[in-house]
Design a protein around this ligand. Sequence first.
Ligand code: THU
Length: 130
Amino acid sequence: MKELLLSATEARRNAYAPYSGFKVGAALKAASGKVYLGCNIENGAYGDTICAERVAFFKAISEGEREFEAIAIVGDTSDCFPCGTCRQVMAEFCDGDFKIVVGSPEEYKIYALKELLPHAFDFKNGERKP
Ligand code: THU
């Protein structure tokens, strides 16, 4: 996990956060073994900002990935937890055992998605069209 946190730290350097000054980096490991990086990208129309976690997920999904193992998140605070919207996006593509790693490469904790988003909304209980 340390390596994934190092990748998230690297991704954080590209954060575009001129409004909040709060930079976040994320590194998402797909089942394929490939790692997708993301950083937060803010907008002067504040609501159009996107979090680091969703950038990493959307990059991976758009490249054809559908199965994921873990995401590491590094922010300005010692533990930067994903927001509710990002947790719901994770729940769309990951099962409850998906790992969310929060902290720094030196000190981190691993959570399961089901701990951070219990009773996640699941459209038609998972009966999705391919
Ligand atoms: N942010 C993330 O990128 N990920 C999180 O987990 C929490 C918040 C960003 C959004 C915004 O650019 C800034 O942090 C402050 O909310």
